[in-house]
Design a protein around this ligand. Structure first.
Ligand code: MRU
Length: 345
């Protein structure tokens, strides 16, 4: 099944509403930077690469929307568009990477008319989307070689087609291994509090007939202790220059458990997710989300009224716990500052 997380249709951006999966499969339509920013903030679209693609389309949509405005108003409107997109979510660096790339294209267009700039920006957004799928395929090929036939692979959150333009990063590795003829089964942490594992990863694998067993997050250690996990593969939202990995809250716990049980812990990571401006994980901004995500789900509340709540959406796994970073350029075993810098040479 070809899952189109985002698509350009009839002059607008359409995005699968990931908040209502798997109960409903529907697209929402977007026509401006502000609307796309709200889609990112409210998690209609989520997952680092998908957020980057959405932001790129947000910029292009804003240019299309403003192309008939007075030439002097165009830059002001565009700057507002960039600002609202940049403020949508803080952790996934792909958002800022995509905005920077779109800004460069805008700058390179020089004095071109707004309508020409808008068309150029739209072409760039299409290219970012197509490139993301190619990169996921390349990571998939490199990562698949790491998984033995018959491997039982634990993953956390959703780093699949829904988190990217298609194919996926961590789930892309699993898809590629299956495509290569390996018999792979997946163990998915449900991923409290937003349930990306139970709702999205499970849905993707069921669509494709890849065997998946769903567990609550607190069961991973038990399964590892009983020899039921052969490898862990997760995605990431931002990797610091020293190889520290920010990913969905709970990933750090899984990495510690994996080390304790001698299980390889791999991170599928496109180069666009590496932030060389941040030296170490401690400086990665961690989003804190609404308390309501922890105290209940949708209209069901289970926590006592008035209780204090924390809801950090990501955590940082130190590089020393990462067996390998799977990138489109190959696998970096035991990542560190030097090996990461070499990826960009
Ligand atoms: O809060 P989310 O759902 O956007 O978090 C997503 C993750 O943490 C993913 O693991 C990460 O973005 C990698 S997606 C290929």
């Amino acid at each position: 099944m070809n899952i189109e997380t985002l698509r350009w249709h009839n002059g607008a951006l359409e995005m699968i509403d990931q908040r209502v999966l798997p109960a409903r499969f529907e697209y929402l339509v977007y026509g401006s930077a502000a609307a796309v920013a709200e889609g990112i903030r409210s998690m209609v679209v989520r997952g680092a690469p998908a957020i980057g693609c959405a932001a790129a389309y947000g910029v292009a949509l804003e240019a299309l929307r403003l192309k008939e405005s007075a030439p002097a108003d165009f830059p002001t409107g565009m700057e507002q568009g960039f600002a609202v997109l940049a403020a949508s979510r803080p952790t996934a660096v792909n958002l800022f990477w995509a905005l920077e790339r779109m800004r460069r294209v805008w700058r390179d267009a020089g004095d071109a008319a707004p309508s020409a700039v808008a068309e150029t920006l739209l072409r760039e957004a299409h290219e970012i989307l197509a490139e993301d799928i190619r990169i996921n395929r390349a990571m998939g090929a490199h990562g698949a070689a790491l998984l033995p036939d018959g491997a039982r692979v634990l993953t956390h959150c959703n780093a699949g087609a829904l988190a990217t333009a298609g194919w996926g990063t961590a789930l892309g590795v699993i898809r590629s291994a299956v495509e290569a003829g390996k018999k792979i089964s997946v163990i998915a942490d449900e991923t409290r509090p937003f349930l990306q594992g139970a709702r999205l990863t499970a849905w993707e694998m069921v669509q494709e007939g890849i065997p998946l067993t769903l567990i609550a997050d607190n069961m991973a250690g038990h399964l590892m202790a009983h020899g039921e996990v052969d490898a862990v593969v997760v995605g990431t939202d931002r990797v610091a220059a020293n190889g520290d990995v920010a990913n969905k809250i709970g990933t750090y716990m899984v990495a510690v458990l994996a080390r304790r049980h001698g299980i390889p812990f791999y991170v599928a990571c496109p180069l666009s997710t590496i932030d060389r401006n941040i030296a170490g994980g401690a400086d990665i901004p961690i989003e804190e989300r609404a308390a309501e995500e922890v105290t209940g789900f949708r209209d069901c509340r289970w926590a006592a009224q008035g209780v204090a709540v924390r809801n950090p959406a990501f955590d940082v796994t130190p590089a020393e716990l990462v067996t390998g970073l799977i990138t489109e350029k190959g696998v970096v075993m035991a990542p560190d500052k030097g090996k990461i810098a070499a990826l960009f040479c």
